[in-house]
Design a binder for this molecule. Sequence first.
Ligand SMILES: N[C@@H](CCC(=O)N[C@@H](CS)C(=O)NCC(=O)O)C(=O)O
Length: 230
Amino acid sequence: MGQVPTLHLLYSCPFCWKVRGLIEYLKLDVNLVGVNGMKIKKEVKFAGDWGKVPVFTDENGIHHVDSTPLLKHIDQTYNNGSMANQGDNERQEKWLDWADTKMSKATVPILYGTIGSALKTTTRISKLEKFGFFSKRLYAWAGFPVMWGIIARKRVKKDGRTPKKLWHDLLTEFTAAHGSKPFFGGETPDLVDFAAYGYMRSISPFPQFSLLTDHESGMAWYNRMEASIQ
Ligand SMILES: N[C@@H](CCC(=O)N[C@@H](CS)C(=O)NCC(=O)O)C(=O)O
């Protein structure tokens, strides 16, 4: 064995949380490295042209990117692929895709859907992430009108539902797919559980998380996920 693996991440990034959740569940020894949110491309340049987080660097110094392929790689390498082989593979692939298209699109509206929520989010991010002295303030104050005005408003309008209703519908659809089991993967979580968990976990440090906590089956599942990682 060579070096201790590292995961370069942002603490508020849903894609990073997907991978981090699995790493914590498997109790892997991995160093977490927070990057500067204003300089992501520069900070992960060591991994090539990808320019995004998360980046996982394994014990041999090889870099792996893109959260869903990364989930699969980690399961395959450190868990004998047992999550990938848990249940129907076609069902798993379909729902991984569902999480990466549906749930991933719901995080921006809930965090930035109104101008007030957008300001709360960028202020909180400026405290959570590693920034320089000036870029911290710049991000908090210049970031929110951009996120709200240019990105979130368009998405909320296009979907037609309030960000809260959108999340509630997704959680209802997701937990219905668990049948009578505690997790999507059955008695224990699988890769789809970690994908969905990542999207939801990334919202948890923000006040808007309270809009999700009254979804009964969604929260019950989320709490089971949290407990399984402890
Ligand atoms: N498909 C990628 C998306 C990763 C991604 O977009 N990460 C964001 C942070 S939340 C990022 O690094 N953005 C930097 C950029 O696009 O310049 C994954 O699932 O890992």
